[in-house]
Design a protein around this ligand. Structure first.
Ligand code: EPZ
Length: 434
């Protein structure tokens, strides 16, 4: 679980080589788990990453009155006797995805209350499209300084045009519409892999969801859903982070259990930089990444899926900080997702940032030093920078990293990295479990 003042000491210059398994998808799990509330029968969700966000989800289920068992990457949820439709504030603040309980509880018991969520400080993180969807389904939505409460007296299907292909709004509307009366269409829907994963889980429960992964998702409301067993897809962003780490160290890494089709935007950019990326062609789900010598610069523009994922632009900025030439990253999804560059600058990186555009001038070598993670993917970027740098980099605030990466240093050390997880107690530094 999350430790207050742990930090990672990353020794630079070690080449990553060997095989590593991709964990189950954090964002897929966060979308699929709340759907288990839509039935009073037990659901078992497998291939979950053992990360802090999953323990918060477990605690929210318990607070709502569901029976939950969570161990060995699987969670059994039985939402037979829900005792409340309100998510506790303390838990909501720990997890942005707590807002998925708005749609799930509304769908199941026709009302829900969720305090404004927490989550990474990367932008405004509005919810107007979620609310637009709930109101289109006939619910009444009330917002106050604390959070959002919703009342529905039986949802009815509707056509909902999203102003932007919001991942969260698409997921929340799917959760609310699965049991609504009649048909719902979500137009300009998000197409992310974890949206498709949620549709597959809902259909395994007896729902009727068509078109997930395209611009228009069609949901035919059903009277009830049944329990089922399901395994979430591998984590697209962890896989991408491992691919970038392999490229950053001139390594040769095989990532097993990863889905090449989910990685195409990143793969294309790595190939442009001179990295070798093969899907091994063995038919099994795996990706091999090899690189040697200095990599070439590229330009990146983050886009909704299948475009370049915003969650990988931060790790990518670490790789680009030592590429040959000047690279440009345009962040179109969030308005302040470049805070980590200040930390990379302390390591010798050269950047200029104006609004949503970062211009990165590649340097020969970064130099290790103490740095601070400002959010989940920023933390991953700083670990990658530490792997590349000369000397030692201490990455602080690693509770952000533990929210979204399952044992990141164990996986990287198994590939040849040298990373210690330490805890400061006063003037002492002691090894910490992770
Ligand atoms: C999800 O966030 C992910 N989180 C994010 O991953 C990811 O970066 C993002 O999708 C984009 O892919 C989870 O899945 C838990 P959005 P979400 O709704 O749902 C604006 C990580 O590192 N917007 O597509 O919040 C919003 O302000 C995290 O794992 C509205 O204006 O993404 C943002 O600028 C970070 N109105 C943009 O759209 C709304 O109603 C994208 O938001 C909703 C969103």
């Amino acid at each position: 679980m999350m430790q207050k003042d742990q930090f990672l000491r990353v020794h630079g210059g070690f080449r990553l080589e060997g095989e590593v398994f991709a964990s189950g998808g954090k964002n897929a799990a966060l979308a699929v788990l709340p759907a288990a509330l839509l039935t009073d029968e037990p659901c078992v969700i497998e291939n979950l990453p053992m990360i802090d966000d999953m323990f918060v989800m477990r605690d929210i289920f318990l607070a709502l009155g569901a029976k939950v068992e969570f161990s060995k990457n699987a969670m059994r949820i039985e939402a037979k006797g829900l005792r409340t439709h309100a998510v506790p504030e303390l838990l909501a603040h720990k997890l942005r995805a707590s807002y998925y309980f708005l749609g799930a509880l509304l769908g199941r018991v026709n009302e829900s209350v969720v305090p404004f969520p927490g989550g990474c400080a990367i932008g405004s993180r509005l919810m107007d499209q979620h609310i637009k969807g709930f109101e289109a389904l006939g619910a009444r939505v009330y917002e106050d300084s604390e959070g959002i409460s919703i009342e529905g007296d039986g949802l009815r299907g509707s056509v909902i045009y999203l102003d932007i292909p919001s991942v969260g709004a698409t997921i929340n509307i799917m959760l609310a519409a699965a049991l609504a009366k009649g048909n719902t269409e979500i137009v300009n829907a998000g197409k992310e892999p974890h949206i498709v994963d949620l549709a597959n889980f809902l259909n395994a429960m007896g729902a009727s969801v068509r078109g997930a992964g395209t611009d228009t998702i069609r949901i035919k409301g059903v009277p009830r859903l049944h329990g089922c067993n399901y395994a979430v897809i591998p984590d697209q962003i962890e896989t991408g982070t491992l691919m970038i780490a392999a490229a950053a160290t001139g390594g040769d890494v095989l990532i097993r259990g990863a889905l090449p089709t989910h990685m195409e935007a990143l793969t294309a950019k790595l190939l442009e930089m001179g990295v070798r990326v093969d899907d091994t062609g063995t038919g099994e789900d795996s990706i091999r990444v090899r690189s040697e010598g200095r990599l070439r610069r590229v330009n990146i523009k983050t886009q909704p899926y299948p475009g370049f994922p915003t969650d990988l632009q931060q790790p990518m900025s670490a790789l680009l900080s030592a590429a040959e030439g000047v690279s440009v990253i345009q962040e179109t999804i969030f308005e302040s997702r470049f805070r980590h560059l200040e930390e990379l600058r302390r390591m010798g990186g050269k950047f200029t940032v104006k609004d949503r555009i970062a211009v990165i001038e590649g340097v020969k070598l970064l130099t290790g030093c103490p740095v601070l993670a400002t959010d989940l993917r920023a933390g991953a970027a700083l670990v990658i920078a530490g792997l590349m740098a000369q000397g030692v980099t201490e990455v602080n605030n690693i509770h952000y990293i533990d929210r979204g990466y399952e044992f990141i240093e164990r996986k990287l050390n198994a590939l040849g990295a040298k990373i210690e997880r330490l805890e400061r107690i006063g003037p002492l530094e002691i090894a910490a479990g992770g």
